[in-house]
Design a protein around this ligand. Structure first.
Ligand code: GLU
Length: 494
């Protein structure tokens, strides 16, 4: 347990692109903290940057969170006592707070044109200084500035960062971080179009929405002291700050990017399409920055809620390891009741264009459950059940250390044995085929190998005898007959 008092935590994504595993991890950690403390998990859409706005991104965020089962208690769609929860609908609130800061002398209007600012930046770079605002407008008399604002002159609102002293910002994982105020810029809070930047909007909202813990990416560490300064200027109590570790590429070198070799997919809905379960994905990302102890690796969402703790978060970067994702996903697939597995597998067969029914899938699910790591793999290894014909590779039909003619002869005998059996019950079928192998001087593996390719079209498949039982006698015999023909053609060529 982290903290027994109910936490109010927000996940605050910007709808600027597709929803990836980094966002999912932040949302998960928020969700766990809220559920564990019987608090609230809030979804807030930070869409004030209209230039970077991507239509459909908010919908993708919500769809992904729903799929993962990370349901929010307050948000743009479900409402709540502190709404609206979409920042573009809160512009006035930010403007009022910016004005308040100006009135109290903690912020000021800046009328500098973009051309002038770029000039200043260039000059500073030339003399190897950090490219900051030179604070020209900070020196304007407040009355003059006010008059220019009243006259409608275009301006932004900047924070009046103290020039002396230092600011200490405390991150739960890293401890106190102290910076000299002289190294900080007079950051823009409100843009000339009246819209806030992140620094103002996020802080005002976190305060008004009574957020107790801010969990966010460590890319916000450089401006963290500014955020603390704004809290101080407002006279507000700060939340607990937690900056989460970054994700590294699978190689462990460099920040995660989808262009890097070995990166399968970073978007949640793509991973869904690849056949990962929400349970597998959540287990995987839960451990990218958190651990329970040094060996426990499988967690259900209920266990995560129980065991999660902020104190065990790790600020060091975590390399994304897709092998682990397969490992976790395979585990959670094996954990599913058959009916549930059937229900989850079904769309994957349908996407592959196969006509399936639940009764048949219920027979197949137990055969593939131990073998697959993704739902997609279920289709790969068991699609043959649903195809009218299989197309075995003739070369693969040849038994180990055997000729095509010998292989044909062996499965011709198998054909007869199967044909003569009254049923396709697994045990008698297996006994009969093993007996046959013995009788014709083959290892069971040799005979079963040919039959496997003949019946499934694949070298690797679910258990052969069980598969034959599901496919049924007529179809099994038809497939063997076709395999015999393919082998005989090869025998003639020889
Ligand atoms: N909108 C910010 C982002 O997407 C949120 C950061 C935060 O959680 O405060 O990076």
């Amino acid at each position: 347990m982290t903290d027994p008092t109910p936490a109010r935590v927000r996940f605050a994504p910007s709808p600027t692109g597709r929803f990836h595993i980094g966002g999912a991890r932040t949302a998960l950690y928020d969700f766990l903290l809220a559920r564990q403390t019987s608090g609230q998990f809030i979804l807030r859409i930070e869409d004030t940057d209209r230039k970077r706005f991507v239509p459909g991104a908010e919908e993708e965020i919500m769809e992904s969170l729903h799929w993962l089962g990370l349901e929010w208690d307050e948000g743009p769609d479900v409402g709540g006592p502190f709404g609206p929860y979409r920042q573009s609908e809160r512009t006035q609130i930010y403007q009022q707070h910016a004005e308040l800061l100006v009135e109290r002398g903690y912020a000021y209007p800046c009328f500098c044109s973009p051309e002038r600012l770029s000039q200043v930046r260039k000059q500073l770079l030339k003399v190897k200084q950090p490219p900051r605002y030179d604070r020209l407008c900070r020196r304007l008399a407040p009355e003059e500035a006010q008059a220019r604002v009243q006259a409608g002159e275009s301006h932004v609102i900047r924070f009046k960062t103290p020039r002396d002293g230092s600011t200490t910002a405390v991150d739960l994982l890293r401890g106190p971080i102290t910076v000299q105020n002289a190294s900080l810029d007079d950051y823009i809070l409100l843009k000339s179009n009246g819209l806030p930047v992140y620094h103002l909007a996020a802080i005002v909202d976190d305060y008004l929405m009574k957020i107790t813990h801010v969990l966010r990416g460590s890319e916000w560490l450089p401006t963290f002291p500014l955020h603390v300064l704004i809290y101080q200027a407002m006279g507000w109590d700060q939340p607990i700050w937690v900056h989460l570790s970054v994700f590294l590429n699978p190689s462990g070198k460099g920040k995660m990017s989808k262009r890097h070799a070995g990166v399968k997919a970073i978007y949640v809905l793509d991973l869904k399409q690849m056949g990962y379960l929400p349970e597998g994905l959540l287990n995987w990302i839960s451990l990218m920055g958190w651990s329970f102890d040094d060996h426990t690796e499988f967690f259900s969402i209920q266990e995560l809620i129980e065991f999660y703790s902020l104190q065990k978060l790790n600020p060091s970067p975590a390399a994304v390891d897709y092998k682990k994702l397969d490992h976790f996903n395979g585990h959670h697939i094996r954990d599913l009741p058959t009916e549930d597995l059937v229900h989850r597998m079904r769309p994957f067969y349908e996407t592959a264009g196969l006509v399936v029914d639940d009764a048949q899938l219920s027979q197949i699910a137990p055969l593939v459950q131990e073998r697959i790591r993704t739902l997609e793999e279920a289709v790969e290894i068991s699609g043959f059940f649903f195809r009218d014909t299989v197309e075995p590779d003739p070369a693969q039909l040849i038994g180990k250390n055997m000729t095509p003619a010998e292989s044909a002869k062996a499965i011709r005998r198998a054909y007869q044995v199967i044909e003569a059996l009254p049923t396709m019950d697994v045990e008698p079928l297996e006994t009969a085929l093993r007996f046959l192998a013995d009788e014709i001087g083959l290892k069971a593996g040799q005979l079963f190998g040919i039959l496997r390719v003949a019946v499934t079209g694949q070298r690797v498949s679910p258990p052969l005898i069980e598969s034959m039982a599901v496919i049924g006698k007529v179809e099994v015999l038809a497939r063997i007959e076709r395999a015999i023909a393919l082998l005989e053609t090869q025998a003639e060529v020889e």
